[in-house]
Design a protein around this ligand. Structure first.
Ligand SMILES: Cc1cc2nc3c(=O)[nH]c(=O)nc-3n(C[C@H](O)[C@H](O)[C@H](O)COP(=O)(O)O)c2cc1C
Ligand code: SF4
Length: 406
C-alpha cells in the first residue's frame, strides 16, 4: 500500500475532508456564560482559512450538569443561532466544522448541579471534588445511563441544526465516558464494568445513539486515551480492546489521545503543566488545582509524536480510520504518522500557535511549528480574550464579550 500524502482528501463516514489535518478540540475560553462569542467564530474561521480540513469546537456540554465550568458551550436550542454563525464562517473558508460533545461526570467545578452528588461510573470518593467541594460521587443508575445517552443524541441533533459536519464524542481525559473506560474509576459489577470491553459498553451505547440520530448526515468520531498516563489507569492494550468495540459499533474515526485531567494532565500534553497557572491565573480553582498537581508531576520533557508508541498498538488492533494526536508539530512527524498507517493528524497547540501552519506546510514556507510546548496557552483560556499563544498578542477581549449572532 502506498503512503498517502497528508494533503490528499479523506472520507470519514458521510464527510469528505479536503486533506488529513484536523484541529483538535482545545477549550477556547470563548463562551462567557455559555454564549459562543464572535471571538470563537474568528478563532475557528482563521484555522479554516489556514488550511486545516476540519476544526473542532471544544467541550460542548450535552447538558447543564455536563459542563465543567459555567463559561462553556452547552448544546441547547438557544446556542444554535450562535454556532450557525461559526459553521457558516468555517464553511466559507472551505473547511468542515466538528463539535466535541461531552459530559464531565464527576469532573466539574459548577456552582450548582441538579443532583446532590455528581454522577460517574461508580460512587465513592471524588478526587476532582477536593477542589470543587464535592467530595463524593454517585454511580449512575440504568435510568441515568438512558437519559445521558439520549442527551448525547440530542446534542448531536442540535449540532446538525447548527450546521456542523461532524461530532466528536469525548471519551478521554477523565470526563464522564472516560470515567467508564478507566479501571481507576469504573468499579461496577454490572455489564458496564469489568474488563475493557465491559467498561466500553456505555460509551458504545452512547455512540450507537448518536449514530442512530445523525450518523447518515454527520461524521461521528470518538476521542479516546491510548494511555491514561498513571499506574492504575488504562493501558494501550485496553485502548486496543476499546477501539475494537467502537469499530464494531460503527464509529467513523477514532482520535487517539491520552492522559487524564486529575491524575496525569501532563500526559495529555507530553510536557509539564505551566508554572504561570500556579501563580498568576485569576481563576482560584485552576490556580489551586495546578498547584496541587505540580506536587506529583513527574520529570517530563517534550518530544514530538509522544503518543506514537501507544497509538501503534491501537493501529495494529483495528482496520478502521484512526487519527494520530500528540505532539505533531512538523512535516516529518506528519509524514511518520501517515507512514505508520494513521489516516489523519490532529493538532492543538501547533495551530493555536499559528493557524496558518497547514498552508505553510503545503507551500513549503514552514516545515515545523514554532510552538515550544510550554502549555501557557492552557492558562490563557481563563483570560478575557480566551485561549491564545503567549508568544503572540492576546485575542480581542471585546470580540470575546460579543455574542456570535449579535
Ligand atoms: C488550551 C488547550 C485546551 C484544551 N482543551 C481541550 C478540550 O476542551 N477538549 C479536549 O479533548 N482536549 C483539549 N485539549 C487537549 C488537546 O486536544 C490535545 O489533546 C493536546 O493539546 C495534545 O495535542 P497537541 O500536541 O497537538 O497540542 C486542550 C489543549 C490545549 C492546549
Ligand atoms: S503558549 Fe504557544 S508556544 Fe506555548 S504551548 Fe501554547 S501554543 Fe505552544
Amino acid at each position: 500500500m502506498s503512503v498517502p500524502s497528508p494533503f490528499d482528501p479523506f472520507r470519514i463516514g458521510p464527510l469528505q475532508l479536503r486533506n488529513r489535518f484536523i484541529k483538535a478540540g482545545a477549550n477556547e475560553g470563548m463562551a462567557k456564560g455559555g454564549v459562543p462569542s464572535k471571538m470563537l467564530v474568528e478563532h475557528h474561521r482563521s484555522i479554516a482559512a489556514g488550511g486545516a480540513a476540519m476544526t473542532t469546537v471544544a467541550y460542548c456540554a450535552v447538558s447543564a450538569d455536563g459542563r465543567t465550568f459555567v463559561d462553556q458551550v452547552q448544546f441547547e436550542p438557544g446556542a444554535v443561532k450562535h454556532l450557525r454563525v461559526l459553521t457558516d464562517a468555517v464553511h466559507r473558508e472551505g473547511a468542515a466544522a466538528c463539535a466535541q460533545i461531552t459530559h464531565g461526570g464527576a469532573f466539574n467545578f459548577l456552582p450548582r448541579l441538579s443532583t446532590r452528588y455528581p454522577r460517574s461510573s461508580s460512587g465513592g470518593f471524588n478526587a476532582a471534588g477536593v477542589i470543587s467541594g464535592r467530595l463524593f460521587k454517585v454511580g449512575m443508575t440504568p435510568d441515568d445511563l438512558e437519559r445521558t445517552a439520549n442527551e448525547f443524541a440530542n446534542a448531536a441533533r442540535l449540532a446538525r441544526d447548527a450546521g456542523f459536519d461532524a461530532v466528536e464524542i469525548h471519551m478521554g481525559h477523565g470526563y464522564l465516558l472516560s470515567q467508564f473506560l478507566s479501571p481507576a474509576y469504573n468499579k461496577r459489577r454490572d455489564q458496564y464494568g469489568g474488563g475493557p470491553a465491559g467498561r466500553a459498553r456505555f460509551p458504545a451505547m452512547v455512540l450507537r445513539r448518536v449514530l442512530d440520530a445523525v450518523g447518515h448526515d454527520l461524521a461521528v468520531t470518538c476521542k479516546i486515551c491510548v494511555t491514561e498516563g498513571f499506574k492504575r489507569g488504562a493501558t494501550a492494550e485496553d485502548a486496543a480492546v476499546v477501539a475494537g468495540v467502537l469499530e464494531r459499533e460503527g464509529a467513523h474515526l477514532l482520535v487517539l489521545s491520552g492522559g487524564m485531567n486529575v491524575e496525569a494532565p501532563w500526559a495529555i500534553f507530553g510536557s509539564p503543566m505551566p508554572r504561570a497557572a500556579t501563580e498568576t491565573v485569576q481563576n482560584p480553582v485552576i490556580r489551586l488545582s495546578t498547584r496541587i498537581l505540580r506536587l506529583w508531576e513527574p520529570k517530563i520533557s517534550f518530544h514530538e509524536m509522544y503518543f506514537m508508541e501507544h497509538s501503534r498498538k491501537v493501529r495494529a488492533a483495528v482496520r478502521m480510520p484512526l487519527a494520530y494526536l500528540g505532539g505533531a508539530k512538523s512535516m516529518d512527524g506528519v509524514r511518520q504518522a501517515m507512514a505508520e498507517g494513521f489516516d489523519c493528524v490532529v493538532m492543538a497547540r501547533a495551530l493555536i500557535h499559528d493557524p496558518d501552519l497547514i498552508n505553510k506546510f503545503r507551500s513549503g514556507a514552514a516545515t515545523r511549528s514554532g510552538c515550544t510546548a510550554c502549555n501557557e496557552c492552557v492558562v490563557m483560556m481563563y483570560t478575557p480574550g480566551g485561549t491564545s499563544c503567549v508568544l503572540k498578542p492576546p485575542n480581542d477581549a471585546e470580540l470575546n464579550r460579543t455574542p456570535a449572532a449579535a
